[in-house]
Design a protein around this ligand. Structure first.
Ligand code: HEB
Ligand code: HEB
Length: 458
């Protein structure tokens, strides 16, 4: 196993992307929240929001730095581990890969200026304007890289002449049919998750207020943070689910094998039911029987086509060796389940503003929010693993098999070990640095300092 280059290449790529995507997701969503907080600070003349923007942007720099390291690792590994993929697809995906680097530099330059000019402007709106290119650059990073993944799921924009790609149009390749839903789902889920992570941090602080001896001002600070982040979370939980529904319709049309594997839909049929949970047993005739699942009538037809009698393609229309692995069912269920839970938590919190008996800051509520942060990040991982395992056995859908795309080098196993150690160290250091950074500058102290600076003036 350790000697199998294809398996090891897949493991190493999954490890690197799984790690990168944590920071990439925060990289896409957090700048938007920083911008919102700074906006509210100026608008409401409330230094608590301004401090929020400052503290979040300080933490953000650390996560960006790790995003760059892991992103660079991906760039290296793409050509080392998948030489055949890059040979065939390099012409089409080089453009967006390059554009991502460009978007990143754009973001990094403005982030630098943003961080060092907090107290340099007479008019605070001018400083806020500098945050806009940061947020835009981050969104574009996410955009460009998602076009690459869309191309792998639905390769277009070229002809095949003698088994080679010819007449390549990189722009057409970027705008593959997979792109619109993927893009929207990646961006909305990234903002949802970033909001929940920041909310979870605030919730943990409030749960520990006694132990940390928070003063009144700091408690108020965290409560305001929760109100802001949970409102954003509610909006984007709804958006993520809506877009997810469109993603389902995209799959039904363009990658029906992925949808069928996710739903254990073995035979093409209309009025298809959605299967939640359960397990598979041999039916004695070379097929499977679904056991112990919750079945929602018509729901799969509605997810796939919008009407209860839509005909959903089953796995029976694909050759055995072309079918995705069936465990993706659990990944899909986990993602959707968490999505529903996050929507419920943020809905109850926001409702608590209007219904007094629903205490927004009760212990159970704070616990639910604290759990929601890590759960949201888990949903991101489940979503990507579902999308990527669901594309198997193809590296480029119906064009190139993953096994044909990989390197034949026998040393990938060692690289896997080395990178696993690197990420473990990097992850630990990140957590240590972030917690040091915030422990040494408690909110109460910083709020007093900002009063000194006169930030309460605007
Ligand atoms: Fe990423 C960063 C690559 C995926 C988002 N990235 C990065 C980097 C790189 C990369 C290289 C660094 C910078 C430069 O340019 O240099 N990615 C990559 C690849 C892939 C990816 C190859 C696969 C295909 N990303 C991704 C995703 C996303 C992203 C999926 C979304 C969601 N990135 C990002 C961001 C950034 C990066 C945002 C910046 C940094 C931070 O963190 O902010
Ligand atoms: Fe998700 C993916 C659906 C939620 C994250 N998603 C995905 C898919 C689908 C879905 C169908 C596939 C696509 C393709 O492949 O193209 N979702 C869905 C639904 C829902 C959801 C229906 C509702 C509930 N998600 C969700 C959440 C999250 C997510 C909550 C987080 C937070 N996903 C995700 C990701 C992914 C997915 C990251 C990958 C990318 C793409 O798009 O692909």
């Amino acid at each position: 196993m350790f000697q199998d280059p294809v398996l090891m290449s897949r493991a190493l790529t999954a490890l690197t992307l799984g790690f990168h995507v944590i920071f990439a997701t925060l990289g896409v969503g957090v700048p938007l929240l920083i911008l919102l907080a700074e906006f509210l600070g100026i608008r409401k003349k409330d230094p608590k929001y301004t401090l929020m923007a400052r503290r979040w942007s300080r933490g953000y720099v650390v996560t960006v730095a790790v995003g760059v390291v892991t992103g660079t690792a991906i760039g290296l590994q793409l050509s080392l581990l998948w030489p055949n993929l890059m040979r065939v697809a390099g012409q089409t995906i080089a453009l967006p890969l390059f554009m991502e680097t460009f978007a990143f530099f754009f973001e990094a330059i403005f982030l630098g200026i943003y961080l060092y000019t907090w107290d340099r402007f007479k008019n605070p709106w001018h400083h806020m304007l500098l945050g806009i290119p940061v947020a835009v650059g981050a969104l574009f990073s996410g955009f460009f890289i998602t076009t690459v993944n869309s191309f792998m799921n639905q390769p277009v924009g070229f002809d095949i002449v003698d088994g080679r790609l010819a007449n390549v149009s990189p722009l057409e390749a970027m705008f593959s049919p997979a792109m619109p839903t993927k893009m929207a789902h990646v961006l909305t889920s990234a903002i949802l998750t970033s909001a929940f992570i920041l909310a979870a941090i605030a919730a943990v602080q409030l749960l520990r207020q006694r132990r940390n001896q928070l003063d009144k001002m700091s408690i108020e600070y965290h409560k305001k943070g929760l109100r802001l982040t949970m409102t954003v979370a509610l909006i984007f939980a709804i958006a993520t689910a809506l877009v997810g529904d469109f993603s389902g319709k995209y799959l039904a049309q363009y990658q029906p094998d992925k949808l069928a594997a996710a739903e254990w839909h073995f035979e093409t049929s209309s009025e298809a039911e959605l299967i939640l949970g359960g397990w598979l047993e041999d039916d004695g005739e070379g097929g499977y029987e679904v056991r112990g699942a919750l079945k929602i009538p018509y729901a799969l037809s509605i997810l796939a086509g919008g009407v209860p009698n839509y005909e959903v393609t089953g796995l029976d229309e694909f050759a055995k060796e072309d079918q995705p692995p069936l465990f993706v069912h659990y990944l899909f269920d986990a993602m959707v389940g968490i999505g529903m839970l996050l929507a419920l938590i943020s809905f109850l919190f926001v409702l608590g503003r209007y219904i007094k008996r629903l205490n927004q800051f009760s212990k159970p509520m704070l616990f639910a929010i604290a759990a929601g942060g890590p759960l949201a990040m888990a949903a991101i991982e489940f979503g990507w693993f579902f999308a990527e395992f669901g594309r198997q056995p193809w590296a480029l859908y119906e064009l190139m098999r993953t096994s044909d795309a990989a390197t034949t080098s026998a040393n990938v196993g060692w690289m896997l070990v080395a990178f696993a150690i690197l990420y473990a160290v990097l992850g630990t250091v990140t957590v240590l640095v972030l917690s040091r950074l915030f422990k040494e500058n408690p909110v109460g102290k910083e709020l007093k300092q900002s009063e000194h600076r006169g930030e309460a003036m605007f």
